[in-house]
Design a protein around this ligand. Structure first.
Ligand code: PNS
Length: 159
């Protein structure tokens, strides 16, 4: 079975992430959305909330599952027999960071990374901008799945 992982902070998952996950699900037998902690970022949503939003957003994709892991991504890949990491590339500005991680993950455990060009329509989209726009009451309804929109509204309302 050909397995891939789409890893990320997913704080929260966006339509840009979902586009990459959907296309990866057509290329692999099984795709895992791995909700991971990024030590250089502080979060709005808890890991449990991010998992729940990712599950809801990917419910229509029968070969996509959602998981979490608190260690190195490459160790997760080894435990799950996952041979490929798939990540979206929005613009040249993503490239240095993604290439560095891809090469490190290859060096550490021989896990390959495929960088998938995002749809141009999502090249400006990031979870951090979504959080900021939602925080100040801006409209992010075209940028995130319905469940995420609801969760952002309830965070803004203090629930
Ligand atoms: O969505 P992000 O924050 O750009 O994703 C980064 C993420 C979570 C994939 C990366 O920080 C990661 O892989 N974290 C798990 C720990 C790890 O393996 N770190 C070494 C990366 S070379």
């Amino acid at each position: 079975m050909r397995r891939a992982v789409c890893p990320g902070s997913f704080d929260p998952i966006t339509n840009g992430h979902l586009d990459v996950i959907e296309r990866a699900s057509g290329l692999f037998d099984e795709v895992t959305i791995a909700v991971l902690a990024n030590s250089s970022k502080t979060g709005l949503f808890t890991i449990e909330e991010r998992i729940s939003m990712a599950k809801d957003a990917a419910a229509h994709l029968s070969n996509v599952r959602v998981d979490t892991w608190s260690g190195l991504l490459v160790d997760y890949c080894k435990t799950q027999d996952i041979k490929a990491i798939v990540k979206g590339l929005r613009a040249v500005s993503d490239f240095d960071y993604e290439l560095q991680m891809a090469q490190m993950n290859l060096q550490l455990k021989g896990v390959d990374t495929l960088l998938m060009a995002t749809k141009p329509a999502y090249s400006f989209l990031s979870s951090s901008l979504v959080r900021e726009i939602a925080r100040y009451g801006g409209d992010v309804s075209a940028l995130v799945p319905a469940g995420v929109l609801k969760a952002l509204k309830s965070k803004a309302g203090g629930n």
